[in-house]
Ligand binder design. Structure first.
Ligand code: GLV
Length: 324
């Protein structure tokens, strides 16, 4: 039996590649030429697309590829795909929820610790040969233990961060579009509050909302003004949830003390203002980057893709309305 032809935008971890090649005939785009044009051209004779969050699958690509049976994204977030257009064309879009929760929460906590304790800044100092001995006033940071953590967006990853915070005896306050059930709040040891209150009270604020029209620049100048001057903001969700210009201003004006960022408004560009600052920790979107987790994400995406090609409803479809 001939295998269905699909387009793969970038190479996946080896185990997922094996599974993929076992089930389909995949054309892999040249890594130097993953563009809108190459995706549209590649999809002409394919039945499905397997892509990463770096690919912007817009309405034009989808309209030109209305024959495909699925867009399988290797990410939990799917803001890189025009899901409204895909839904209109009855193309299922899939994501990879659940498998990256703990790994992403680990990284959010690592950024929180790094920002609080000035880890990357002090390492740069040491590597630059500037360290000439222990100093009582050197690199004084902020205590994490016993502090207050504000979680903005209490989904799977937000909750996983809250669980980690318990080990540091942190008070956890949160805002979410919908409040958790009391029982779950109690189990997690978290207190709900309006966003303003969460921002006012917190020593650390960690962002975990999905990115969509409602959360574009959700944290901007007004929100930074509400935060403590000693607060650190951590973002491992999506860059444009924070207004990056407003963040740079808030850091410059010392409205807040620091930031730990794994995501940026226009990746891979980083605001030049951030690059100049010592009190920010900047990472190249590595939230889910462990061997095990990236393998699970890619495998899940392959499973979603294969299910759709077999005419089944993929396990992680984000626009199930198309099956109504
Ligand atoms: C990573 O950012 C993801 O959405 O999976």
């Amino acid at each position: 039996m001939t295998k269905p032809k699909i387009l793969l935008t970038r190479e996946l971890p080896p185990k997922a590649m094996e599974l993929l090649n076992d089930r389909v005939s995949a054309e892999l785009l040249n890594s130097d030429n993953v563009t809108k044009e190459s995706i549209m051209e590649g999809l002409k004779d394919k039945q499905a697309l397997l892509c990463l969050l770096t690919e912007n699958i817009d309405a034009e690509i989808l309209a030109a590829s209305a024959h495909i049976k699925v867009v399988a994204n290797v990410a939990v977030g799917f803001n890189n795909i025009d899901v409204t257009k895909a839904t209109e064309l009855k193309i299922p879009v899939t994501n990879t929820p659940g498998v990256l929760t703990e790994t992403s929460a680990d990284l959010a906590f690592a950024l929180l610790m790094a920002s609080a304790r000035r880890i990357t800044e002090s390492e740069r100092y040491l590597r630059d040969g500037k360290w000439h001995g222990w100093g009582i006033l050197q690199f004084l940071g902020t205590d994490v233990y016993n502090s207050t953590l504000g979680i903005v967006g209490m989904g799977r990853i937000g909750k996983a961060v809250a669980r980690r915070a318990q080990g540091f005896n942190m008070r956890v306050v949160y805002w979410n579009r919908t409040r958790l059930a009391e029982e779950e709040e109690r189990a997690l040891g978290v207190t709900y509050g309006p966003l303003e209150e969460v921002l006012r009270r917190s020593d650390f604020i960690s962002v975990h909302t999905a990115y969509n029209r409602e959360t574009h620049h959700f944290i901007g100048a007004e929100e930074f003004m509400l935060m403590k001057n000693t607060a650190h903001i951590i973002n491992t969700a999506r860059g444009p949830i924070i207004d990056e210009n407003a963040l740079v201003e808030a850091l410059k004006n010392k409205e807040i003390a620091g930031a730990g960022l794994d995501v940026f408004e226009e990746e891979p560009k980083v605001h030049p203002g951030l690059l100049e600052m010592d009190n920010v920790v900047l990472l190249p979107h590595i939230g889910s980057a462990t061997i095990a987790t990236r393998t699970k994400m890619a495998t899940m995406a392959v499973e979603n893709l294969v299910a759709a090609l077999e005419g089944k409803t993929p396990p992680n479809v984000v626009n199930p309305v198309i099956y109504d």
